[in-house]
Design a protein around this ligand. Structure first.
Ligand code: FAD
Ligand code: NAD
Length: 558
């Protein structure tokens, strides 16, 4: 299988877009940008046609609203009237119509699960699906409160309940000395490493998310007493034991660790973690849905808290340096009370409130240079995130990001991504096809393979840019090629300013057939593709036509 969330070489255009990891954009009419949408939502116009009332919607009622001029869609049990949003949807109205009058949760998750629709569509909220208990089932979900098992009738069962890994359910314990409290998590998994544990201590609560393959074990507790900001995390890799050491603020004995918070001690699929967060949002709505004259201000405040299912912490901008005329390195410092190490090929989400609406976009952390030695992750790697970001003058998010000053804070989510280091462990040839900022996942990957993969014979990067001025870290790439004979780089320009400055053109079958040749017959190969969605889609198609198997191609996606 190709490492993409949707079928690898899907038939329909929109599925292809999902495979390439994001929304392919259709040209929008003037006055229909995201910013225009935000303005409309703030105008006070009744966008649902219900004058601010929230209602319970039956399946039959939902199905009646399935036309372009009257379109309701259910996402995670909440129903939105998306008719006014049609012309503003970057993926086009046809894409939205695929879920008209129905449950669009799966479609939504395929294409852009991370988009904060709750905030973007809050003024389109019609209400929730009428509650309907799930059919009798013997399945249970570890440590979920009873009411969480009563889920909306339209939520697919497999999204909520899972017991296949019951025997491997982790557990936790804690102990204390006069000065320290140590929380121990027994993950029961060998080969744990520090990238698999994300720890946050915020506002008196401790949250530890242990990622065990596709599952997440969450410890989430409001601590009994105050602790100091800095936390220490130790991982006993072989036995899978995680120790979090907290320093007591006051030297008093604790009778208990604290009070359990939402989803504490739950062990569920990572993709379902978001659903649990969203279900609390839905419960909140449910408790208000019967109030017919629901207070719109209150509703706005509620949504502003954000329930996209991603967990965020505020990081401080400590430096901003130019890479090219339009691209900058943003160095963010994690809070002392956070332990987060982003794995190779994974991304985080940044969140900003723009004109009162939460906007979320993915970014892939890079190393500080192409000279990093990955054998021992440096202290810097575990305390900082470095992001290489292109600023689009007309871009909603990046134009705002560009205004961040040193010392300002920005919300950064946990990391996500489908790339696994096991894909490169015994690799002989690695080919990287990057376009523009699609170079970002290649940075850590290059550093990692050149330092850690002994079997590696060749690493070749084909880097597509518009002009010479757009090439990111050109100098460093050329230096690396001189230093390490296994590495080679080629630059391809689509809009060169001068003639004769290297290869010209765009991604094509002929370019690739020359480039992605195995160093020896049957060598173990991986080809990684990243760039604008059409670039990635074309790359995948050309590689398939050239006979590369799905396992031999990885596209970086959100
Ligand atoms: P947008 O508002 O999305 O606009 C971007 C450009 O498209 C502008 O020129 C705008 O005018 C144009 N545009 C917008 N809408 C339309 C439309 N409907 N039709 C035609 N043109 C349109 N980027 C990085 O710089 N660094 C990274 O490390 C990085 N990592 C990423 C990781 C992943 C997994 C993904 C999916 C994307 C990543 N991106 C990265 C891209 C990033 O998430 C944003 O898409 C990017 O920063 C642009 O955001 P924006 O809101 O500023 O621009
Ligand atoms: P850009 O517009 O400067 O284009 C760079 C090169 O991409 C061009 O020179 C051309 O060779 C190629 N290209 C552009 N449009 C194409 C098309 N329609 N068909 C074929 N080739 C095309 O690139 P940019 O502004 O730096 O944008 C980078 C893109 O990479 C963004 O869309 C961003 O979302 C994406 N990205 C994705 C990830 C990820 O992990 N999925 C990470 C970083 C960036």
């Amino acid at each position: 299988m190709l490492n993409v969330p949707a079928p690898a070489f899907p038939a329909s255009g929109s599925q292809q877009r999902a495979a390439a990891g994001g929304r392919s954009k259709v040209p929008l009419k003037p006055g229909r940008s995201l910013m225009d949408w935000i303005r409309l939502t703030k105008s006070g116009k009744d966008l649902t046609g219900l004058k601010g009332r929230l209602i319970e919607v039956t399946e039959e009622e939902l199905a009646k609203h399935s036309k372009k001029d009257d379109c309701w869609i259910c996402i995670r049990g909440l129903v939105y009237n998306v008719t006014p949003y049609m012309e503003y949807h970057p993926g086009g109205d046809d894409e939205l119509m695929r879920a008209a009058g129905a449950d669009g949760t799966d479609l939504f998750d395929q294409v852009h699960r991370w988009v904060n629709y709750e905030s973007m569509l809050k003024e389109c909220l019609v209400g929730r699906m009428a509650l309907k208990p799930l059919a009798a089932t013997t399945e249970t979900c570890c440590a979920l409160p009873e009411e969480k098992k009563l889920l909306n009738g339209m939520l697919p069962k497999n999204k909520v309940l899972d017991t296949s890994s019951k025997d491997l359910t982790p557990s936790y314990d804690w102990f204390q000395t006069d000065y320290l409290v140590t929380v121990v998590i027994y993950t029961k998994q060998k080969g744990m490493n520090s990238e698999m544990v994300i720890v946050d201590h915020q506002d008196g609560s401790l949250r530890v998310d242990s990622i065990l393959r596709d599952y997440s074990y969450l410890l989430h507790i409001e601590l009994s007493y105050a602790v100091q900001e800095d936390i220490t995390v130790h991982i006993a890799e072989k036995v899978g034991k995680v120790e979090i050491v907290l320093k007591k603020k006051d030297n008093i004995p604790w009778s208990k660790l604290g009070q359990p918070l939402n989803s504490h001690n739950s062990f569920i699929k990572c993709t379902d973690r978001a659903l649990l967060v969203c279900s609390s949002a839905r419960d909140h709505i449910a408790s208000n849905v019967s109030i017919l004259s629901y207070n719109l201000n209150e509703r706005s405040c509620f949504w502003m808290q954000g329930y996209s299912g991603l967990y965020y912490r505020k990081c401080k901008l400590i430096s901003k340096t130019e890479v090219t005329h339009d691209t900058k390195l943003f160095c963010l410092m994690l809070p002392q009370s956070t332990h987060l190490q982003v794995p190779v090929g994974h991304h985080v989400y940044l969140k900003q409130i723009i004109a009162g609406t939460e906007i979320v976009k993915p970014y892939t952390p890079v190393s500080c240079s192409l000279k990093s030695d990955f054998k021992e992750p440096s202290h810097h790697d575990s305390t900082h995130l470095i992001l290489m970001i292109k600023i689009y003058p007309s871009g909603l998010f990046t134009s705002e990001l560009d205004h961040l000053q040193i010392g300002d804070y920005i919300s950064v989510s946990n990391s996500e991504g489908s790339f696994k280091k096991s894909q490169v462990q015994t690799l002989e040839d690695l080919f990287l096809l990057a376009a523009g900022t699609g170079f970002t996942p290649m940075v850590k990957l290059l550093n990692y393979v050149l330092t850690n993969v002994c079997s590696l014979r060749t690493v070749k990067l084909m880097f597509f840019n518009k002009t010479e001025d757009d090439i990111l870290w050109r100098n460093q790439l050329e230096q690396l090629a001189l230093k390490d004979k296994r590495f080679e780089v080629q630059f391809i320009l689509s809009e060169p300013k001068k003639e004769g400055t290297g290869k010209q053109g765009k991604i094509s079958s002929s370019l690739l057939s020359e480039f992605v040749k195995r160093s020896k017959k049957d060598s173990k190969v991986l080809i990684c593709v990243c760039g604008p969605v059409p670039f990635t889609e074309q790359g995948i198609q050309f590689l398939q036509d050239l006979g590369y198997s799905k396992e031999e191609v990885h596209s970086f996606t959100a």
